[in-house]
Design a protein around this ligand. Structure first.
Ligand code: NAP
Ligand code: SF4
Length: 784
C-alpha cells in the first residue's frame, strides 16, 4: 500500500533557494519555507520537515526511566520537531543491544511508553518507535545473524538463525509494531541499516545462506515490511531506515539498494529513512570532519526511484543545510527530498525549529558533531547527553529555574540593590565561561564576562583551526549570539581578579580562566624557547593561534588528543619554511574567530576516504587518496603503548587512520634527553615499543609472567640514544590551570561567592564537556 503524499511546498521551491549561506544563517523565517512547510503522509500530518532522528540515550533500557524519556522528547516536541524517533528497541530478547536492555514485546513496555507518546502529542508532534534487532552487533553471548560470523567490532561470535527462527523474527517485528500502535505511537521505524540484523541479511558480507533467505537477500526485509504493515492500523506509519550507502567491503551496491527501495514501497512502507555505513565501516559517517550533508546525493538517488517520501540524514546540523537538502540544491543533486532527520542537533538545541520560526536561527546551539557526550556515552554504557547542552537527557534533573531577585531566604545572599537582578562576573571567556554566562543569564542574573585576551573562545578558538573541526567556529558564533540576546556584556583585553569584581559591585564571581600549555622539563628547553638554538620550541596554543609557525621538520611532543590535532593541522598547513629549513612562515592561519573556516569539499573528502558514487561498486568503496604531509612530522610519547589509545571512543579511530595515512611517523616509549642546535635528543627503546607493549599485553592475558618480565626488561634496558633532526618542536604535553586567585585577601563570606570552574579548576584530562557541564550545574545550583 502506498499512502498519498500531500506536498504543499512543491510549488514554492523557487523560494527554497532564497537563503543565506550555511556560514551566515538567515534570520528571516521565510528563507526556510521548505523546512517549515507541513506535509501529510497517509493520514498523518507533519507540521514541518524536521524529524528528530533516533538516538539511543540509555534511558530506553529500563521502563522505570520512561518519565525521563518523556521529558526528553517533550522538550524537542515543544521546540518544534515534527516527529521524534525513539532509540532502538528490539522485537525480541535475542536482538537486544546489551544484556540489560528490554525488548519492546510486552504490556509493561506498552504502559511505560504511553507517557512518552502522550508527552510528544501534547506538543503537536508525532512519535515513532524504532524497532532494531542488533543481530551480530548484540553485546551478549547469544548474538545471532544471517550466517555464523563475528563482527570486527564485537567480542562475541554470532550463530546463524534457523529458517524457523528467521520466520519467527519476522513475526516478532510485526508483534512489536502492533504494540507500538497500542502505546500510542504514530508509526514505527524499522531499522534496516548501519549493519544491524536486517542489514546483515541484505549483504553478501554477512549473508552466506543458501536457503530462501540467502537466495533472495532482500526477502527478510521485505517480509518484515509486509508483516508489520499487515499488523498495524491503516493510519499507522511504517518507516523503513535503509542503508543508502554501505561503505563496507562486499556491501550492497547502489543498484541493489534502489531495487530494495522499490520492493519496500510495494510491500507497503510509507516512507524511507536514511542510514549511512555500517558501524564497522572504516569510513567516518557522522563525525565533525565529514562534510555537512555529504551523503544527501545517495538519498536523492533513491528518491528518484520511488513515489513515497524519503528522509535525508547525516551531518545536517543547520537550517540552511536542511533547506538546501530538501530543495535539492545542496551538492547539486537537483532532487527535492521530503524530510531531514537530525538527531544530535536536537540534543544540542531542543528549540531548533522554534528558533528558525521566530527568526532566531543564528541562536541555534550548534552541534559540533564531536560525539563526545552522545555517541561516546552510548558506547560506554553511560546516559547520552550533549557537550554543548548538558541538560540533554537530564531534563528533569538539571533545570535552570528563574531566580528571585529579591529573595532573602536563609540560603541566599541579598542582591546588590533591592529587586535588581544579582550581578555575576564571569572571569574568563573560554567555553566554560561563555556557556556558564548563558546559563546564569537564563536564570536571570545580570552577567558580564571579562576576558584577558583580545578575543574570547579559549580552547574552541584553537580547536576550530584543526582541519575537520571547523564546526567549533559556529558553536562559538552561536553562543555569542545568544549571549548578546541575553544582554551579557563581554569585555576583552581585561584581566580581572575576584577582588576587583567584588569592588565593582558583583555579587557572584565565576573564575573560568582555563589552562595554559604545560612546559615539560627538558634540558635546553628554556634556551630553545628563547630563540638561542636553531630549533624552535613552541606550544600548540602558539601554533594554532597563528602566533608562531612550524618549519619543515617537526617533532610533536605528546600524542594525546591535542598532539593528534596538531599532527592533522601540520599535515594540511602548507610547509613553505625558510630555505635554511628553520621555522618559517609555514601557515597563514589567523586567530580571528570571525574568519570563516574553509572545510574540505564533499568531493575532496570522498577522494580522501575512497567513497565512490558508482552504482555497481559493492559498498561504494574505491581506493582512498588521503592527504600526505608536506613536511616531516614525528609524534612522540613517553608511554610505550600505541599512540592515540586515549582518544575518544567513536572518533579516535578516524584520527589514528588519518595521521598514519598522511605519513606521520610515531615513536613511543621515548625519554626526552635534551634540546640543542642538533635537534631533539631522545633515548628510545631499540625494539619498536608499541610492538613490545602489545606483546606484553598478550603475555599478561595468557598469564605468562616470565614473558612479561622479559619484555618489560627489554623496554626498560635495551635502549639507545638518538637525535631527531628537527627545526621545530611543538609541545602538546598537557595543561596546567590558570588561576590568579587572590583568595587570601577575600573575606570568608566573599570566598563563598567565588566559584572556580573548568580547566581553572582541574586541568588534568582537560575536557570541554566536563567544563561546560560544571558551568551549567553551577548556574543551576547558585542559591538566589
Ligand atoms: P592528553 O590527552 O592528556 O595528552 C597529553 C600528552 O602529553 C600525552 O601524550 C602525555 O603522554 C604527554 N605528557 C604529559 N605530561 C608530560 C610531561 N610532563 N612531559 C612530556 N610529555 C608529557 O592531553 P591533551 O592532548 O592536551 O588533550 C587534552 C584533552 O582534550 C584530553 O582530555 C583529550 O582527550 C581531549 N582532546 C581529545 C581529542 C580527540 O579525542 N580527538 C582532541 C583534542 C583534545 P606521555 O606522558 O606518555 O608522553
Ligand atoms: Fe553534537 Fe557533540 Fe552534542 Fe553530540 S555531544 S550532540 S555531537 S555537540
Amino acid at each position: 500500500m502506498t499512502h498519498s503524499v500531500t506536498d504543499s511546498a512543491s510549488q514554492s521551491t523557487a523560494n527554497a533557494t532564497n537563503h543565506d549561506s550555511p556560514a551566515n544563517p538567515a534570520t528571516d523565517a521565510s528563507a526556510y519555507s521548505r523546512l517549515l512547510q507541513p506535509i501529510t503522509v497517509g493520514k498523518k500530518r507533519f507540521r514541518n520537515r524536521a524529524i528528530m532522528g533516533s538516538m539511543h540515550t540509555g534511558l530506553e533500557d529500563d521502563p522505570a526511566d520512561a518519565p525521563k524519556l518523556a521529558a526528553y522528547f517533550a522538550e524537542r516536541a515543544r521546540g518544534g520537531a515534527a516527529a521524534v524517533v525513539t532509540g532502538g528497541y528490539s522485537p525480541n530478547q535475542l536482538g537486544v543491544l546489551s544484556p540489560f536492555a528490554h525488548p519492546f514485546n510486552n504490556e509493561d513496555m506498552v504502559n511505560a511508553h504511553k507517557q512518552v507518546t502522550a508527552a510528544v502529542h501534547e506538543h503537536d508532534s508525532l512519535a515513532f518507535l524504532q524497532l532494531l534487532h542488533a543481530g551480530r552487533y548484540a553485546f551478549h553471548m547469544e548474538s545471532v545473524s544471517a550466517s555464523a560470523t563475528q563482527a570486527p567490532i564485537s567480542p562475541f561470535p554470532s550463530r546463524a538463525l534457523s529458517d524457523e527462527e528467521v520466520a519467527q523474527t519476522v513475526q516478532d517485528f510485526a508483534h512489536s509494531a502492533k504494540l507500538a500502535a497500542e502505546a500510542g505511537y504514530d508509526g514505527v521505524q524499522i531499522m534496516g541499516s548501519e549493519g544491524y540484523l536486517i542489514n546483515q541479511f541484505l549483504s553478501s558480507r554477512t549473508n552466506q545462506r543458501d536457503d530462501r533467505w540467502g537466495q533472495q537477500r532482500s526477502l527478510f526485509a521485505l517480509e518484515i515490511a509486509r508483516a508489520v504493515r499487515a499488523a498495524v492500523p491503516k493510519d499507522f506509519l511504517v518507516d523503513f531506515r535503509m542503508s543508502m550507502l554501505e561503505l563496507v567491503e562486499e556491501g550492497q551496491t547502489q543498484t541493489e539498494i534502489l531495487e530494495l527501495a522499490r520492493g519496500l514501497e510495494e510491500a507497503g512502507v510509507d516512507m524511507l529513512s536514511t542510514g549511512i555505513g555500517w558501524h564497522e565501516a572504516q569510513v567516518p559517517t557522522v563525525i565533525t570532519s565529514v562534510p555537512r550533508a555529504a551523503f544527501s546525493w545517495a538519498t536523492a538517488r533513491v528518491k528518484e526511484h520511488v513515489n513515497i517520501p524519503v528522509v535525508s540524514s547525516n551531518r545536517i546540523n543547520t537550517p540552511e543545510v536542511a533547506e538546501q537538502v530538501l530543495a535539492g540544491t545542496w551538492d547539486n543533486t537537483g532532487v527535492e527530498t521530503d524530510f531531514v532527520s537530525m538527531a544530535r542537533p536536537w540534543l544540542a538545541d531542543p528549540e531548533f525549529i522554534n528558533r528558525v520560526q521566530s527568526g532566531n536561527a543564528r541562536q541555534i546551539n550548534h552541534c559540533i558533531a564531536c560525539n563526545q557526550s552522545c555517541l561516546d556515552h552510548v558506547f560506554e554504557n553511560k546516559r547520552a547527553t550533549c557537550l554543548v547542552n548538558p541538560r540533554a537527557g537530564y531534563e528533569t534533573e538539571l533545570t535552570l529555574q528563574p531566580i528571585n531577585a529579591g529573595n532573602t531566604g536563609a540560603d541566599s545572599i541579598p542582591a546588590s540593590s533591592e529587586n535588581a537582578a544579582p550581578k555575576a562576573a564571569v572571569i574568563g571567556g573560554g567555553v566554560a565561561g561563555l556557556f556558564g554566562a548563558e546559563a546564569l543569564a537564563k536564570r536571570g542574573f545580570s552577567v558580564e564576562v571579562f576576558e584577558a585576551a583580545d578575543t574570547v573562545g579559549g580552547q574552541f578558538r584553537l580547536a576550530k583551526q584543526i582541519p575537520g573541526k571547523e564546526e567549533f567556529h559556529y558553536s562559538l558564533k552561536s553562543v555569542l549570539t545568544r549571549l548578546d540576546a541575553h544582554n551579557v556584556k563581554i569585555t576583552t583585553s581585561t584581566p580581572m581578579t575576584a577582588n576587583e569584581a567584588f569592588a565593582a559591585g558583583f555579587d557572584e564571581v565565576v573564575i573560568a580562566t582555563g589552562v595554559r600549555p604545560r612546559i615539560p622539563e627538558i634540558p635546553g628547553i628554556e634556551q630553545a624557547m628563547a630563540g638561542e638554538f636553531n630549533v624552535d620550541v613552541i606550544t600548540y596554543a602558539e601554533l594554532l593561534s597563528g602566533a608562531k609557525q612550524a618549519g619543515k621538520k617537526v617533532a610533536i611532543a605528546g600524542a594525546g588528543g591535542i598532539g593528534f590535532d596538531v599532527a592533522e593541522y601540520l599535515v594540511e598547513a602548507p610547509a613553505d619554511a625558510g630555505a635554511d629549513g628553520t621555522a618559517g612562515t609555514a601557515d597563514t592561519t589567523t586567530a580571528d574567530i570571525t574568519a570563516e573556516p574553509q572545510p574540505a569539499t564533499i568531493g575532496e573528502w570522498e577522494s580522501a576516504w575512497g567513497v565512490s558514487r558508482r552504482a555497481d561498486l559493492p559498498g561504494n568503496l574505491e581506493r582512498p587518496h588521503p592527504p600526505r604531509a608536506q613536511r616531516k612530522i614525528t609524534m612522540l610519547q613517553r608511554k610505550p603503548s600505541p599512540q592515540g589509545l586515549g582518544l575518544n571512543r567513536t572518533t579516535g579511530w578516524v584520527h589514528r587512520i588519518s595521521v598514519a595515512a598522511a605519513g606521520v611517523k610515531q615513536v613511543s616509549g621515548v625519554a626526552y634527553t635534551k634540546i640543542d642546535n642538533d635537534g631533539l635528543h631522545l633515548n628510545v627503546p631499540v625494539n619498536d615499543a608499541t610492538k613490545t607493549s602489545k606483546a606484553i599485553r598478550k603475555a599478561q592475558k595468557a598469564g605468562d609472567k616470565e614473558k612479561v618480565a622479559e619484555l618489560e626488561d627489554d623496554l626498560k634496558n635495551n635502549r639507545t640514544d638518538t637525535v631527531l633532526d628537527v627545526d621545530t618542536i611543538v609541545l602538546c604535553t598537557g595543561q596546567e590551570s590558570v588561576i590568579e586567585a587572590d583568595f587570601e585577601s577575600l573575606t570568608e563570606e566573599q570566598r563563598s561567592r567565588v566559584h572556580v570552574i573548568g580547566g581553572a579548576d582541574v586541568a588534568a584530562e582537560l575536557d570541554a564537556a566536563r567544563a561546560i557541564r560544571q558551568a551549567v550545574e553551577l548556574a543551576a545550583e547558585l542559591k538566589r
